[in-house]
Design a protein around this ligand. Structure first.
Ligand code: NAI
Length: 242
């Protein structure tokens, strides 16, 4: 039977690297993204180069109805299959000190990271429970663990996903479904391209930013059979920066 993995925000950065890695592990990839068709096509190309195949699923994870419709359409088209692995990776940053934080920048960050986690994961749960096998992997952040000034919105969103990871893991553990979170520190992607890397890396014990591939390797391990007894866990990948 074909094994399917869905990665949200798979068009670039960490999401793209996870798509490539899971393709190498034999999964068929469902590559979700919001707007950049060309970037998503590039990810699909790399999935094929890694020896697997996949398809693009374009929807906004913050839009509950659009998400439900897209996932239902996929299930209808694949009546004998189910999505065994979901990686909730889609996320944005809208940094500002709270005194200046516009309401829309609070909501947008919460709706994509925390809302997206619910919108995408909820419809996939029942099939995972029925098949008694599933992997839910949430990409959170160091920010959600310690809270970072200028990121009350982002810290709240990621902290919310961390708490949800711990709660949900206990609901579904008996049915062979694990729920874990990965908390990266600074990783070189478009999201961090505007940061002062030279200055920031002085604070990182490892002395450098991480690579998307390093996060992908951890995600692939959590998706594997070998990680069946790890659940409700938040694993940091940050070069020693806490
Ligand atoms: P990125 O900005 O390069 O990629 C984000 C991806 O999410 C893109 O593919 C984008 O299209 C997608 N996306 C954004 N909003 C979406 C929506 N509403 N619906 C569907 N897709 C949407 O960022 P990067 O660095 O690859 O980040 C991936 C995840 O890792 C995010 O959740 C981010 O918060 C998290 N992270 C990143 C860190 C870093 O240093 N780069 C550190 C800690 C966490």
């Amino acid at each position: 039977m074909m094994r399917y993995a869905l990665v949200t925000g798979g068009s670039r950065g960490i999401g793209r690297a996870i798509c490539e890695k899971l393709a190498g592990e034999g999964f068929r990839l469902l590559i979700n993204y919001r707007s950049d068709d060309a970037a998503a096509e590039e990810t699909l190309l790399r999935v094929r180069e890694a020896g697997s195949d996949g398809e693009l699923l374009k929807f906004d994870v913050a839009d509950a109805r659009a998400t439900r419709t897209a996932l239902a359409a996929w299930s209808d088209a694949h009546p004998d299959a189910y999505i065994e692995v979901v990686v909730n990776n889609a996320g944005i940053r809208r940094d500002n000190l709270m005194v200046w934080l516009p309401e829309e920048d609070w909501s947008a960050v919460l709706n994509i990271s925390l809302g997206g986690f619910f919108n995408v994961t909820q419809p996939l749960l029942q099939p995972m429970l029925t098949h008694r096998r599933g992997r839910i992997i949430n990409i959170v952040s160091l920010s959600g663990l310690k809270g970072l000034p200028g990121q009350t919105n982002y810290s709240a969103a990621k902290g919310g996903v961390i708490a949800a990871t711990k709660a949900l893991s206990q609901e579904v553990a008996r049915r062979g479904v694990t729920v874990n979170a990965i908390a990266p520190g600074f990783i070189s992607t478009d999201m961090t391209a505007d940061l002062e890397e030279k200055e920031l890396k002085k604070q990182i014990p490892a002395g450098r930013f991480g690579k998307p591939e390093e996060v992908a390797a951890l995600a692939a391990f959590l998706a594997s059979d070998s990680a069946a007894y790890i659940t409700g866990e938040v694993i940091s990948i940050n070069g020693g920066l806490y």
